[in-house]
Structure formats: structure tokens, C-alpha cells
Write a protein that binds this ligand. Structure first.
Ligand code: NAD
Length: 485
């Protein structure tokens, strides 16, 4: 049975709160627990009409919210941070229920997600401009920032809270109003966050969550709405490309956080304990379903056997199970399709000469589980290495020549995260700089930090979230040329 945290979030399976009004929907859709396939809740299914109403509500709220005192916006964000910390366990349980995320990972996500409210609460009062005399002395240049307008925020299921707060917090700090479209797999956390922001003092209409099974229909309406000036999307590169084309129609400002294929480089002089610890988090956090997940392990041949041997112990020792069991380290994948897709990728690699470093651990009979696996001797051009795996499988590729390894590591359309482990820090930093990745972990397996710019190069995205760049993404620059005198 779903816990009270889940049931409280959905007021009615057919009613959505838009602005100050409850609006009926024609139907609702089921949210499932990936560990059991059981139904958790029925959620109202928004359509085109709701999208129009939500955009209208955001446009109406923009007048006051966009002109509100930065200190007021800051205080609401800081209060939202406090409420998230207070409800950490409740929110973690909700994330686990709808995404299958293991308990420790879910609690870590709530802590990470809350930090965006705190960081941007602090940033809200630090937005600065410029004031300079023009070179010819005949005018003064005044540069200011304004909220970009109504923002449309589209998020994936793999971090149901953090992918929302990473957009919502800077958008609120900048003075934008918004419509949030969560993934259909994980709308409950999004609804809970909207309630929490309301409690923190956010006025009606500033933020509306639209759960939907018809993302195309809702998106068409929002991108056509006059007031919508910003699209911030996190998800796959394929959908991102599609949305960029759709946004071009009205030249909507776009931020894109897309897929990854992170190289994880281990040099011959690396501290292997640190490399194994880094690999565990970079590969197994959220069962490998992270855009920053290590996707290809480039291990120097002098340490390859030892690295694989050492990694095998914790890899096979992880407890696989439902998030409802406190001892679970690795939860289920989001659905059965994901299990079938990754199993096929591993099968094809093995057929082409790769080999499994260890027998996979047993998994529960029900639910979409996949055991962590290390696959050796993977060809750099195998689908297992070129596609984003998004699961707990670690393909290992040996190397001897550094220049060749770097060429292979960069031979991908993606450029989100990368990792380098080397004993010589200067060398590690130089290798990190040579990777065509927006973020590189140097001798560590984590790159995400609300105070640092998160984002990708190449087809992994456009723009950055977090840090000062995250606020700028929701601001429009205006320059006033003021006559001297
Ligand atoms: P997805 O692209 O399938 O879906 C993402 C969002 O787009 C969901 O809300 C979905 O409903 C919506 N969507 C799908 N089709 C749409 C359409 N035609 N019009 C409008 N919206 C549409 O991705 P996913 O499976 O939810 O998430 C996994 C992907 O997200 C991976 O590729 C992962 O790397 C990426 N991701 C990237 C980051 C990052 O910061 N770069 C973070 C997390 C996840």
C-alpha cells in the first residue's frame, strides 16, 4: 500500500490547482512503484487546455512577482530550503516510491535538491549590473538584468526533486513565473514541491505543475503562448533536439541539459582505492541512472586486472532490492523496458568478444531489477560504449597510449561529465582539461554542486545550471545608453 506521503500529495485524481482555482481534467493516469509494479496513485492528466490556463496564470502572476523585492524572493526560497530539510525523510520516501531510488540515494537527493533553494535564496539578492562611461565619453552605459519572463520547465524522472529545484530556484530568484512539466513516471515529488513552495509563501500562479501523459500537446501550447520566453529542459538529447526545433518558432530562449556518455579514466599511477570508491558512486548512484554516470571505464592496462578485481568486490556486494527495504543499495530501474534495453546492449557486446568479469548477483523476481555488472574487453565502438547505458553496467576498455585513449574518450557526440584518476595531480588536471566535457571529477567520482556550473559541451546541452550561470539563464540583459550631462 502507498504510504501517507504519497496519498497526501494528490488531492484528487481529476483536479489540478492552476493559479487560485481547481480545474478538472478528463482523466487521470497511474503512477507505478518500479520495485513492485504496484499502482501508487492516480494523478490528473493535464492537456492542452490546462497548459493554456497555466501559462495565463503565470503571465498574470509575472507582473507582481517580477517586480517583487529580491529579499522577498530570497526569504521564500530560504523557507523552502528549511521545509525540505524538515521533511527530508517524507520527501525521500516519495522519491523512492515513484522512482525506485534506494533509501540513501533518495535522502542524498533531497539534501542536494534543497541546496538549490538555499544557494539561489542567497543569490537572489546578489544579482548585479554594470555602470561605465562609454569610451567616447558621450554617454553612460547602464547594464541591468530583468526576469526573462514566463519559463517552461521540463524535467526527467531520474532525479524527481533535484532536476526541479535546479530550475525552479534560479527562476524564482530571477523573478520569473513558471509552468513545470515533470516526467509522467514521477509527478508526485513535483506536486509535493509545489505544495511546499506554497507553504513557504509563494503566491498562486507563480508556479504550476502539469503532470501529463501528453507532453507534446502541452508543450505545443506553452511554446506558442506569447508570455512564454524561456524553455529549460533536462532529458535525453533526442527530445532536446526536438524541443529546440519547436522553440525556434517563437525564438524562445533555451537551456538544455541533455544526455551523457562519461569517460572514467584510470591512469597507471592512480590511487586505486580512490578510483574504486569514485567508480562506485559514479556508476552505481541511482542504479546508474544519472546523466553524469560513468559510461566507459578507460583503465591503463598496467592496472586493469587489479582495478577490475578490486571493483568486483563492492559491485557484487551491493544489496539489490526495493527502496522500501532500508538495507537496499541498488533499487530497480525505472521500468522493464530499461532492463530489456540494457540486457540487449550487454548481450551484443559479449557476442562481439567482451566478457563478464563476474557472474551477476541475483535480483528480486518482480519489479524492474538489473544486477550491477562489469564487462571487460569492450570495443570502444560497441553500442555498449557509444550509447548512454543509464543502468548499473560498467564497460571496461584497456589503454596504453594516452593520446589514443583521449581520442577514444572524446569520440562521442556527448560531452557532459568525465572523471580522471591519476597520482600526479598536474597530470590529472591536464587530462581533465583535454576531455571535451562540461564537468570533470579529478580524483573524485562526484561533480554535482549547486554552487558550480552544471552542464555539457557538444550534444550534451546548452547553457549551465547552478552557480551564477544558473541565475543568468533566467535573466534578460538590458543596456541603457544614458546621455552624458
Ligand atoms: P526524456 O527525454 O525521455 O524525457 C524528459 C522529459 O521530456 C520528460 O518530462 C518527458 O515527459 C518529456 N518529453 C518527452 N517527449 C516530449 C515531447 N515530445 N515534447 C515535450 N516533452 C517531452 O528523458 P528521461 O528518460 O526522462 O531522462 C533520461 C535522460 O535525461 C537521459 O538521457 C539523461 O542523461 C538525461 N538527463 C540529463 C541531465 C543533465 O543535467 N544533463 C540530468 C538528468 C537526466
Amino acid at each position: 500500500m502507498p504510504g501517507p506521503a504519497v496519498l497526501d500529495v494528490v488531492r484528487s485524481p481529476r483536479t489540478l490547482r492552476i493559479g487560485s482555482l481547481d480545474r478538472d481534467t478528463e482523466s487521470g493516469f497511474a503512477v507505478l512503484d518500479p520495485a513492485t509494479d504496484a499502482e501508487l496513485a492516480i494523478v490528473p492528466d493535464a492537456g492542452a487546455a490546462h497548459a493554456g490556463l497555466a501559462a495565463d496564470a503565470a503571465a498574470a502572476a509575472l507582473v507582481e512577482w517580477g517586480a517583487s523585492a529580491p529579499r522577498r524572493r530570497s526569504e521564500i526560497l530560504v523557507e523552502a530550503f528549511r521545509l525540505m530539510k524538515e521533511r527530508e525523510l517524507e520527501l525521500a520516501a516519495l522519491i523512492s516510491a515513484e522512482s525506485g531510488k534506494a533509501p540513501d540515494d533518495a535522502r542524498a537527493e533531497v539534501a542536494y535538491a534543497a541546496e538549490f533553494f538555499r544557494w539561489f535564496g542567497e543569490e537572489a539578492v546578489r544579482s548585479e549590473g554594470r555602470y561605465v562611461t562609454a569610451p567616447d565619453g558621450r554617454s553612460t552605459t547602464v547594464v541591468t538584468s530583468q526576469p526573462v519572463g514566463v519559463a517552461y520547465l521540463v524535467t526527467p524522472w531520474n532525479f524527481p526533486a533535484a532536476m526541479i529545484t535546479r530550475k525552479v530556484a534560479p527562476a524564482l530568484a530571477a523573478g520569473c513565473t513558471m509552468v513545470v512539466k515533470p516526467a509522467a513516471e514521477t509527478p508526485l515529488t513535483a506536486l509535493a514541491l509545489a505544495d511546499l513552495l506554497g507553504e513557504a509563501g509563494l503566491p498562486p500562479g507563480v508556479l504550476t505543475v502539469l503532470p501529463t501523459t501528453r507532453p507534446g500537446e502541452v508543450t505545443d501550447v506553452l511554446l506558442a503562448h506569447d508570455a512564454v520566453r524561456k524553455l529549460s529542459f533536462t532529458g535525453s538529447t533526442a527530445v532536446g533536439r526536438h524541443l529546440l526545433r519547436a522553440a525556434a518558432g517563437r525564438v524562445v530562449n533555451c537551456s538544455m541539459e541533455l544526455g551523457g556518455n562519461a569517460p572514467f579514466v584510470v591512469c597507471a599511477d592512480a590511487d586505486l582505492d580512490a578510483a574504486v570508491a569514485g567508480a562506485m558512486v559514479a556508476k552505481l548512484r541511482n542504479a546508474g541512472q544519472a546523466c553524469t554516470a560513468a559510461n566507459r571505464f578507460f583503465v591503463h592496462s598496467a592496472v586493469l586486472d587489479e582495478f577490475v578485481e578490486r571493483l568486483t568486490v563492492p559491485f557484487t556486494g551491493r544489496r539489490i532490492g526495493p527502496a522500501a527495504d532500508e538495507g537496499t543499495d541498488v533499487g530497480p530501474l525505472i521500468d522493464h523496458r530499461a532492463v530489456a534495453r540494457i540486457t540487449a546492449l550487454v548481450g551484443a557486446a559479449v557476442e562481439n568478444g567482451a566478457d563478464e568479469a563476474h557472474p551477476p548477483s541475483a535480483v528480486p523476481a518482480h519489479g524492474s531489477f538489473l544486477a550491477p555488472r562489469i564487462i571487460r574487453n569492450v570495443a570502444a565502438d560497441a553500442d555498449l560504449a557509444t550509447e548512454e547505458i543509464f543502468g548499473p553496467v560498467a564497460p571496461v576498455i584497456g589503454w596504453n597510449d594516452e593520446a589514443e585513449m583521449l581520442r577514444a574518450a572524446n569520440a562521442t557526440e556527448f560531452g557532459l561529465a568525465g572523471y580522471v584518476f591519476a597520482g600526479d595531480t598536474h597530470h590529472a588536471v591536464a587530462l581533465g582539461r583535454a576531455l571535451q566535457c562540461g564537468m570533470v571529477g579529478v580524483n573524485r567520482g562526484v561533480v554535482s554542486d549547486p554552487a558550480a556550473p552544471f552542464g555539457g559541451m557538444k550534444q550534451s546541452g546548452l547553457g549551465r545550471e547552478g552557480s551564477h550561470e544558473g541565475l543568468a539563464a533566467f535573466q534578460e540583459t538590458q543596456f541603457l545608453s544614458v546621455a552624458a550631462g
